[in-house]
Design a protein around this ligand. Structure first.
Ligand code: UD1
Ligand code: UDP
Length: 362
């Protein structure tokens, strides 16, 4: 059984769902979505034509970490007890993954962790994701680490070496199927002829004052660079929306649009000049496409992209974002040094590897 509930988990688990479903002689595949996200999850399920067997429908407006944890933990019990999975696969660092893994622990069902081993070692950054990821790794039996660095992190914590597999990131599997030449979209047509800046922001630790600072810095730099246009597919969190509208409304070279389907978003990424984000998944996708990313966070659990030169960690202070964004737009050699494709996150065959490991080990 694969359990997931938010947009990024779905984008990275659906390729694996499809891979396992293509091998019905070896696997009976069940999909349980928690519905931690609703619209943004359904968008991905539709894009990959995945129909869940269980939908726990937990999302509430303004949900707290208490709400998500308790509702997932209580609601998943019956799904696990009725289906008796041999193994449950969870992904990454969300509260869905943490609570689902905890439920499996209580029922003594083995857990496989997809995207295991990423670390900042600061429990409060990203918050609560660093805790979630470490907690899932305590519970898990099988570790599907996207990179060698992630494997080393797990080994350093004493995890069993024979159960750690370096597979690449399944997000890159998705990217291989979505980007294509000749893609068009009315918003891209609007930006044609300008340098396109793609923006996303949503982290819990950035809600409130930091988020206002990020948006103010972006707007100041863009006002000084008339050859830029920005597209910002905005997260559905109302707290993100109010901060964005407060800081960015009335600036006509920046378009706030509804969340894009992953098929569209990956093609927007491919068409962009630069990306400003606090997202985790985009830090993995952009290096593969050679797109410079300014990461508006204080820490990253994805150092491989920073080492590859495509990502720059710019913090959440207005002046540091202002300076780095200005430099990226004005200094050609800085831009060129970042804008080369290098893919530290695998070759796009991670799902195949995970399927064959599962076939042999379970
Ligand atoms: C969650 C994850 C985060 C991940 C992010 C991806 C946790 C604690 N956080 O954060 O790790 O990076 O998803 O986007 O697991 N909402 C909707 N419709 C949707 C999705 C969200 O209306 O489809 C609104 C709801 O009001 C919800 C709020 O957004 O209460 C926040 O969603 P939530 O899942 O709690 O947190 P995220 O910040 O999205
Ligand atoms: N994404 C998308 N539509 C959008 C914005 C992002 O499909 O409008 C995709 C993006 O390609 C990446 C994932 O969503 O795969 C990242 O999700 P998010 O930023 O919500 O979460 P995080 O990765 O930070 O956990």
């Amino acid at each position: 059984m694969l359990v997931f509930g938010t947009r990024p988990e779905a984008i990275k688990m659906c390729p694996l769902v499809r891979e396992l479903q293509e091998q019905p002689d070896d696997f009976e595949t069940l999909v349980c979505v928690t519905g931690q996200h609703r619209q943004m999850l359904d968008q991905v399920l539709e894009a990959f034509s995945v129909t869940p067997d269980y939908d726990l429908a937990v999302m509430e407006p303004g949900q707290t970490l208490f709400d998500i944890t308790c509702h997932v933990l209580l609601n998943i019990k019956e799904a696990l007890e009725t289906s008796h999975p041999d193994i449950v696969l969870v992904h990454g660092d969300t509260t869905t993954s943490f609570a689902a893994a905890l439920a499996c622990f209580y029922l003594q069902i083995p857990v496989g962790h997809v995207e295991a081993g990423l670390r900042t070692r600061d429990l409060y950054s990203p918050w609560p994701e660093e805790f979630n990821r470490q907690a899932v790794d305590i519970i898990s039996k099988y570790y599907f680490a996207p990179t060698e660095q992630a494997r080393q992190n797990l080994l350093a914590e004493g995890k069993a070496a024979e159960h750690i597999y370096v597979t690449g990131n399944t997000g890159i599997d998705a990217l291989r199927t979505t980007v294509h030449d000749g893609y068009t979209h009315p918003d891209l047509a609007w930006a044609q002829g300008s340098r396109l800046v793609l923006i996303t922001a949503h982290r819990r630790e950035n809600l409130g004052a930091p988020m206002h600072r990020l948006f103010r810095a972006i707007r100041r730099v863009m006002e000084e660079h008339p050859d830029t246009k920005a597209i910002y597919p905005i997260h559905m969190n109302p707290l993100v929306r109010s901060a964005a509208h407060a800081e960015l409304d009335g600036f006509d070279r920046l378009r706030i649009i509804e969340p894009l389907s992953v098929l569209d978003f990956h093609n927007f990424l491919a068409a962009s000049h630069a990306v400003l984000t606090d997202s985790g998944g985009i830090q993995e996708e952009a290096p593969g496409l050679g797109k410079p990313v300014l990461v508006m966070r204080d820490t990253t659990e994805r150092p491989e992209g920073v080492e590859a030169g495509t990502l720059k960690l710019v913090g959440t202070q207005e002046e540091s974002i202002y300076r780095s964004f200005t430099e990226l737009l004005d200094n050609e050699s800085v831009y060129e040094a970042m804008a080369h494709a290098s893919n530290p996150y695998g070759d796009g065959h991670a799902s195949k590897r995970i399927a064959s490991i599962l076939r042999e080990s379970t």
